[in-house]
Structures are given as structure tokens and as C-alpha cells.
Write a protein that binds this ligand. Structure first.
Ligand SMILES: *[C@@H]1O[C@H](CO)[C@@H](O)[C@H](O)[C@H]1NC(C)=O
Ligand SMILES: *[C@@H]1O[C@H](CO)[C@@H](O)[C@H](O)[C@H]1NC(C)=O
Ligand SMILES: *[C@@H]1O[C@H](CO)[C@@H](O)[C@H](O)[C@H]1NC(C)=O
Ligand SMILES: *[C@@H]1O[C@H](CO)[C@@H](O)[C@H](O)[C@H]1NC(C)=O
Ligand SMILES: *[C@@H]1O[C@H](CO)[C@@H](O)[C@H](O)[C@H]1NC(C)=O
Ligand SMILES: *[C@@H]1O[C@H](CO)[C@@H](O)[C@H](O)[C@H]1NC(C)=O
Ligand SMILES: *[C@@H]1O[C@H](CO)[C@@H](O)[C@H](O)[C@H]1NC(C)=O
Length: 643
């Protein structure tokens, strides 16, 4: 959330100003409670809520920034969604990223110092507490979304989801967000943190904007200097100046000595291992949070901790507020570390290292990149529609925090606390805030137009102009099933040229086409649907979706229909530019679209023909359709799954 530097921040700054910072828009946040007393929710200069606002406030802390708060978390002893500091971490952080106001001198234990601000700092927030720290009950989620619709929020932001994707009629976010769409409300929701496993994406209904997580170019850098001179760069938010960075300390790796037990620096990992005064190597994972590992190392007498990624965490490192000097190393760095540790041991010498804190660094190459934890498509549930839809910043994001972090009694910013968090939970409020900017600058756009604008203008290249990479695979090319349309580009989304609109009733034949019974479809649509009424079920590829996902069956040829609306200037001509998926021929009819006036619509068809000899069953080939005019490029990813 702090103003990132460089090109991307320029886009965000421009589009914020163009959209008057989200003024007049209400973002409904479904989450834990929120600490409304945080300076990020100060309402200096905020106008009162719009006259149509019907929400209530069940706490003493509402103002013109947080205009509503209501708790649905009946399982717990919360009586307010914003009054108390207990269990408010997640909601406070998320809400501040979406619409927190400008706060000077934000930092985490002195790192990443600067002005912090949410995506839409003039938007209003309405907090619906439907989660405790560890659970969001379906009944609370449904009640919360219903209330948000009744209250007339403009957008819904959901930073949670079920671990495994469920059929839509059993998924409270899918059901609630469908009702929201009928009221013109776009739901923005997290893709989940179950990556890099394939098919792990959550919140995969096509009427949701599903958000994956990417890195920024900022690192809170720590250099680990090994005894043999090798330097490895990791991260930590806690960088005490009192730590002697020239002192070389012995390394100890408790897990390495006891491969059968004590994995991951649990509180019982150090029995019989002398860690006192040493740098302790800990593996990420094993059900123990990284900060807790540090607490365990510290209480066992360790001088410092080095966190080592396992293969699944890849190159994604976290700058967490540790309680002792620490460095979180990527999987590549871990391999070098283990190589050094092993060779020292086998030559009977003591492995050593020094830890040098190197502060806040910008300009890290290969960013944005997909975070290793960001959930991947394809969705097993939605008929093949590519998810996530887009990616946004979601690693080591600075946001408001209800309490102090780091070692006890450390108090660098006594009055406003911030912390770094990572996850699709923090990518999601970036997108809900950007959607609020679009809602503000284009009040007449539909929910699906906002979503289309974000998707068709997303960046598929990183800051250096190379295709976006995936941190899971040692920074090799990212799959479109992890990036979706690509990295959100707010400046371009504000002026997309064309949009793909999609109305809620068009989803009915699609839901029937998924094989749902009338009753199951009706559970989602909330009024009776008879699937026999539809002459023809609608294949998922025929939804007027801004991306194109097609299963090419035995007949090896399919025609896909779309229509686009011109939201740019009139007298505009667009030409189809097609990057063919491997082994498939794609043709657009017509290949030229002319729009005499703004708001004119045009239909087109894509004819896809497979080359039978080049794709084997289950294989996926990816291409792209772009409608190109002198002023705009309107991109849709094409994915072909061979059936
Ligand atoms: C926070 O809430 C939990 C569970 O409701 C309770 O056990 C704990 O005492 C509370 N802590 C504070 C500081 O109020
Ligand atoms: C830091 O460690 C080095 C090497 O052990 C030592 O020479 C130096 O005096 C130490 N500095 C402080 C301030 O303790
Ligand atoms: C160690 O951790 C376990 C599991 O988190 C906990 O039940 C136990 O009380 C802890 N023991 C100590 C000594 O802190
Ligand atoms: C990652 O890629 C780099 C550069 O290609 C290579 O040097 C390194 O060994 C790789 N790391 C792993 C863990 O595969
Ligand atoms: C600290 O970072 C700067 C800038 O990236 C770099 O030039 C320098 O070598 C780093 N120092 C250490 C000890 O890694
Ligand atoms: C429409 O655009 C074309 C090509 O840019 C231009 O030559 C023509 O003058 C324009 N017509 C009008 C009415 O603006
Ligand atoms: C079809 O695939 C085969 C084998 O990959 C290739 O030799 C041939 O050129 C392809 N034909 C077309 C029309 O793409």
C-alpha cells in the first residue's frame, strides 16, 4: 500500500486523480472486525455518505470514512464490527489497502518508510464482520452480503474463500455475489493461497472478479554472508541497528541433524541441540508460522534465524516483523545454503555466516511476478472459464495494523501501527479499490464492464518488458492459469476502449449447462429457473466473458460468439489481431469492427479449428485475441483445452 515507486505508481496516481480518488463510492468489506481508530480511517475532508446509503453503525467509531459496521459473527463474542482491537488484524489491513486515507511516516519497524494510502482514499467503507480470526461461517457470509446489498454498497470485497472450490450452490460467496450482481454490485474476491497446486483456485464463479497475488519491486533486504564468501539476499522487516553485522556466527540446522523430527523450528525442535548464540536455520512450513519460529529460536537462546523456503515456496520471500535478527531466503538461496552447510560439515569445519541488514530496496527485477502461494486454475467447477481473472500486488504489502509488531516494547511509531502481509487477501483490496476508482469515474458502467475494463487492459509483461514470471518455478514463464488476464493496470483500465458486458440472466443457461438441477440453479439465482426453458444450454465459452476458454471436442471446430460495446470515442475502427494457440487456427468474423458512436455495440464470432495432429487430450494451448485501434488494445486470452 505505500506509494510504490516507478511507472506503475504513476499509473495509479493518475487514475486516482482522474477518478477523484474514488469519491462517492461505497466499498463493502466482508472480513473480520476492523480497528476503526487507526489513522488510515481518519475522515478529515471526507464528505458524508451518499443520500441513498441505508447502512447502520453498531459501534462508536464510525465516521465519514467508515460509514457502516455490522457484525454477523454470531459464534463469537463480538458485538461490534469496529469497536475493539481484538481479532481485527486481517480486516484492518484489508480495509486500509482498499480505501485507507493518506498517512505520513508509515513504516514497519522503520522499514518501507513513506506515505501510506489505499487505492481509493476518498471512497467510503462499510464493514461487515462475517469472519473470526480463523473462520468465516457460510450463514454469516450470506447474511453479510444480503445486508450489504440492502445497504446499497457499490462494491463488495471478499478476502477469504473456501480452501477447495465447491459447486456454486454450496458456496456462500458464489451465491451472495450472484445476488449482488443482480443489483449492479461487482464482487471482488481472493483466488486463494493454495498455490502452486494446479486447480486450486477458489471464488471461481464467472460473475466474481477473482484475484491472484503478485510481487512488487520492493524488498526489505538482508544479506547473508556465508563463511566461504557466498552472499545470499533475503528479507526481514526487523533490522535492528544494534546487531553486529561484521560478526561471524556458527550456523546450526536442527532439522538437518534430526531429519525424523523437530521440523520447522517448533518449540520442541531444540531438545539436545545447542543453539545458544548461533544462527539457527529453520524450514518454512510444518504448521508453524514464521514469526513463531523466531520466537522459539529466541527463547531457546539463538542469536538469529535464517528461514529457508521449501520447493513450493520458490522465490517468494516475506519481510515479516520478526522478534530477532532474521533473513528469509528463497528456494534457490536455500540450495546454496544447504550446499555450503553440507560441504562444511563433510570437511569437519564449522559452517558460519554473518547477517547484514540492507534496508528498503526498490527496483528488484522480474517484478511483478506471480507469488508462489497464489492459487492456480483451471477451476474444476466452472466449466473451464479461466481463473484467476487478474493479479494484483499481494506480497509484503504495507497496511494498517491494530497493534505494535516485532519484539516487545519496540515502539518506532507510537501512534500509527503498520505491518506487512502477504496473500491473495491483500491483492483483493487493491482490486476492489481500483474498481471503486472506475465506478467513480464511470458511474454508468455495469459491474461486468468494470471487470472487463480491468481484464482487457491488464499487463502481461513485467516492469522490464519481459513476460510475467512465476516465483514458484524459479522465475520461469508464468502460466495464464496463474496470471489470468495479467497484472492490473489502473490507468489503462480507466480507458479500455471496448467492454464485454454480461448480464446476470445470461448466467442461467450457463448454470443449467454445468449440469445443475433446477433446484440447484434456483439456489443461486434465488428465483425459480426451469432449465428446460432454454432451447439450448449455454456452453461456458459462449458467455460474453472478457477471456475465452474453449474445450475443443471430437468435432475439432467451434464457433464462439461475443459482443463488445464502445466506451471510447466515436468513429473508431478496431482490427482483430490473433496470436494463435499452438495447433489451433483462430479466425475472427468480422475482422474489423467500426463504431460510429460511443456506446454502439458490435457482434463478432471466433471460429476455432484444431489441428488434430498437434494437441493430445488434456493439453492446453494459449493464445490471445486483441482488438486494436490507434488508441486502444483490448486483449482477451484464449485458452484451448483439448478434449
Ligand atoms: C480476545 O478474544 C478472545 C476470544 O474471544 C479472548 O479469549 C481474549 O481474552 C481477548 N483478548 C483481549 C486482549 O481482549
Ligand atoms: C563486531 O564483531 C567484530 C568481529 O567479531 C568485532 O571485531 C567488533 O568489535 C564487533 N563490534 C561491536 C560493536 O561489538
Ligand atoms: C509448544 O507448542 C505446542 C503446540 O503449539 C503447545 O501446545 C505447547 O504448549 C508449546 N509448549 C511450550 C513449552 O511453549
Ligand atoms: C534458478 O535459476 C537460476 C538461473 O537460471 C539457477 O542458477 C539456479 O540454480 C536455479 N535454482 C533452482 C533451485 O533451480
Ligand atoms: C545493499 O544494497 C545495495 C543496493 O542494492 C548494494 O549495492 C549493496 O551491495 C548491498 N549490500 C550488501 C551488504 O549486500
Ligand atoms: C473518422 O476517422 C477517420 C480515420 O481516422 C477520419 O479519416 C475521418 O475524418 C473521421 N470522420 C469523422 C466524421 O470524424
Ligand atoms: C499441424 O500439426 C503438425 C504436427 O505438429 C504440423 O506439422 C502441421 O504443420 C500443423 N498444421 C497446421 C495447419 O498448423
Amino acid at each position: 500500500m505505500p506509494e510504490p515507486k516507478g511507472i506503475e505508481s504513476l499509473f495509479i496516481s493518475l487514475s486516482r486523480a482522474a477518478a477523484d480518488y474514488g469519491s462517492g463510492v461505497i466499498i463493502g468489506i466482508l472480513d473480520t472486525a476492523v480497528d476503526a481508530t487507526h489513522p488510515s480511517f481518519n475522515d478529515n475532508g471526507m464528505p458524508p455518505p451518499p443520500p441513498y446509503w441505508k447502512g447502520e453503525c453498531d459501534s462508536l467509531h464510525c465516521n465519514n470514512k467508515i460509514i457502516g459496521s455490522k457484525s454477523f459473527n454470531r459464534g463469537r463474542a463480538y458485538n461490534s464490527a469496529s469497536a475493539d482491537n481484538n481479532g481485527t488484524e486481517h480486516g484492518t489491513h484489508v480495509a486500509s489497502i482498499s480505501a485507507g486515507v493518506f498517512v505520513e511516516d508509515a513504516n514497519v519497524l522503520g522499514s518501507a518508510e513513506g506515505v501510506s494510502v489505499g487505492m481509493a482514499p476518498k471512497a467510503h467503507l462499510a464493514i461487515y464482520q462475517v469472519c473470526s480470526e480463523d473462520e468465516c461461517a457460510d450463514s454469516d457470509v450470506l447474511a453479510g452480503i444480503d445486508r450489504a446489498i440492502y445497504d446499497e454498497v457499490d462494491l463488495i470485497s471478499v478476502s477469504f474463500g473456501s480452501a477447495a472450490s465447491r459447486p456454486f450452490y454450496e458456496d456462500s460467496v458464489a451465491i451472495g455475489s450472484y445476488s449482488a450482481l443482480r443489483h449492479r454490485i461487482l464482487t471482488v474476491a481472493a483466488a486463494g493461497n493454495s498455490g502452486p497446486a494446479k486447480g486450486s483456485v477458489a471464488n471461481d464463479a464467472p460473475w466474481i472478479l477473482t484475484v491472484g497475488a503478485s510481487t512488487t519491486d520492493r524488498r526489505i533486504a538482508v544479506t547473508v554472508k556465508l563463511g566461504d564468501g557466498t552472499e545470499l539476499v533475503g528479507e526481514s522487516a526487523y533490522q535492528p541497528s544494534s546487531f553486529n553485522s561484521t560478526e561471524t556466527l556458527p550456523l546450526v540446522f536442527p532439522d538437518f541433524q534430526n531429519p525424523s523430527g523437530g521440523k520447522g523450528c517448533r518449540n520442541d525442535s531444540f531438545n539436545g541441540v545447542d543453539v545458544s548464540g548461533k544462527i539457527v536455520l529453520c524450514e518454512v512450513g510444518f504448521g508453524v508460522k514464521n514469526i513463531e519460529k523466531g520466537e522459539n529460536v529466541k527463547s531457546a537462546g539463538g542469536a538469529a534465524m535464517i528461514l529457508l523456503n521449501q520447493v513450493d515456496q520458490g522465490e517468494t520471500t516475506l519481510s515479516e516483523a520478526h522478534v530477532l535478527p532474521a533473513a528469509h531466503l528463497s528456494y534457490s538461496a536455500r540450495c546454496s545454503m544447504v550446499f555450503y552447510y553440507n560441504s562444511s560439515k563433510s570437511s569437519n569445519s564449522t559452517p558460519t555466516a554473518a547477517i547484514v541488514f540492507n534496508g528498503t530496496r526498490f527496483g528488484t527485477p522480474a517484478s511483478p511476478a506471480v507469488a508462489s502461494f497464489s492459487s492456480h486454475g483451471p477451476s474444476p467447477n466452472n466449466g473451464g472459464i479461466m481463473k484467476p481473472d487478474t493479479i494484483g500486488p499481494g506480497v509484503n504489502i504495507l497496511g494498517a495494523w491494530p497493534s505494535k509488531v516485532g519484539p516487545n516494547h519496540l515502539s518506532i511509531t507510537p501512534e500509527s501501527n503498520f505491518n506487512f502481509q502477504s496473500g491473495t487477501s491483500v491483492a483483493t483490496p487493491h482490486l476492489s479499490g481500483i474498481a471503486a476508482l472506475l465506478r467513480s469515474s464511470h458511474p454508468h458502467w455495469s459491474a461486468s464492464a468494470i471487470k472487463s475494463a480491468i481484464m482487457t487492459t491488464a499487463d502481461t509483461n513485467d516492469g522490464e518488458g519481459n513476460p510475467i514470471t512465476d516465483q514458484r518455478d524459479n522465475s520461469s514463464l508464468a502460466s495464464r492459469f496463474s496470471t489470468g488476464a495479467g497484472q492490473v493496470n489502473p490507468g489503462k483500465a480507466n480507458n479500455p476502449g471496448l467492454v464485454y458486458n454480461l448480464r446476470s440472466h445470461e448466467y442461467k443457461p450457463y448454470l443449467c449447462g454445468l449440469g445443475y438441477t433446477n433446484r440447484q440453479v434456483t439456489m443461486i439465482t434465488q428465483h425459480h429457473v426451469n432449465c428446460l426453458r432454454y432451447r439450448r444450454e449455454l456452453g461456458p465459452e459462449q458467455l460474453n466473458y472478457p477471456s475465452i476458454s474453449v474445450a475443443l471436442g471430437p468435432h475439432l471446430m467451434k464457433t464462439v460468439r461475443r459482443w463488445v460495446k464502445n466506451v471510447g470515442e466515436g468513429n473508431a475502427t478496431y482490427y482483430a489481431k490473433i496470436e494463435m494457440p499452438r495447433g489451433v487456427k483462430v479466425e475472427a468474423y468480422p475482422a474489423r469492427l467500426y463504431f460510429a458512436r460511443r456506446y454502439d455495440s458490435r457482434r463478432f464470432q471466433l471460429v476455432l479449428t484444431a489441428n488434430s495432429s498437434s494437441l493430445s487430450p488434456g493439453q492446453v494451448a494459449v493464445g490471445q485475441l486483441s482488438w486494436v485501434s490507434p488508441d486502444h488494445i483490448v486483449k482477451s486470452v484464449i485458452s484451448i483445452t483439448s478434449a
